[in-house]
Design a protein around this ligand. Structure first.
Ligand code: PNS
Length: 175
């Protein structure tokens, strides 16, 4: 059984994360998406449970996929899951420095666990949860950047009215 853990804050999950999960599912027998409380991020928009629930809702039931949340040391969690690898997404070269450092530190802590980097589709290279939060908090549209249910949760959280339907949709409704 080839099992990998894909950890992250996912606050909230973006279409870039979804793309990485789908790529990882094609490579491993089982992917455990681990919603982690990042001690370096003092504030969060959604609770760990809300974030996990949004990922489950966006992906639905899929064979080989589990979504859980945890607090603590990543490598200990990976060992508890009997996984062999950590999956990380890379968007741009700017991610590499930090991710390289984390991968080597994690290897130092647990030499038998490898980190596997997957690259997002180029259309998601600019996406991050922090920019999504910022855009949504300022009333901007994050359509296409996050799954539809996350878009709705962001609108609800920031009290933003749904975007006006395109004119052809209005016509269909009137008919
Ligand atoms: O989505 P993020 O915030 O970039 O994910 C970072 C995350 C959660 C993967 C990282 O902070 C992490 O691994 N946290 C768990 C605590 C830990 O093991 N820290 C040591 C890493 S060298």
């Amino acid at each position: 059984m080839r099992r990998a853990v894909y950890p992250g804050s996912f606050d909230p999950v973006t279409n870039g994360h979804i793309d990485i999960i789908e790529r990882a599912l094609a490579l491993f027998d089982e992917i455990v998406v681990a919603v982690v409380s990042n001690p370096n991020k003092k504030t969060s928009l959604f609770t760990l449970d809300e974030r996990a629930e949004m990922i489950r809702g966006a992906l639905g039931e899929r064979p080989g996929l589990r979504v859980v949340s945890f607090t603590g040391l990543l490598v200990e969690f990976v060992q508890s899951q009997e996984a062999q690898a950590i999956v990380k997404g890379l968007r741009a070269v700017s991610d590499f420095d930090f991710e390289f450092q984390m991968a080597l530190l994690n290897r130092r802590l647990a030499p038998r666990i490898d980190t596997v980097f997957l690259m997002t589709q180029d259309i998601y290279a600019f996406l991050s949860s922090s920019s999504v939060r910022e855009i949504a908090s300022l009333g901007g549209s994050v359509h296409g950047m996050v799954p539809p249910l996350v878009e709705k949760r962001l609108r609800d959280r920031f009290g933003i009215a749904p975007a006006t339907a395109p004119s052809h949709a209005q016509t269909i409704e009137r008919d």
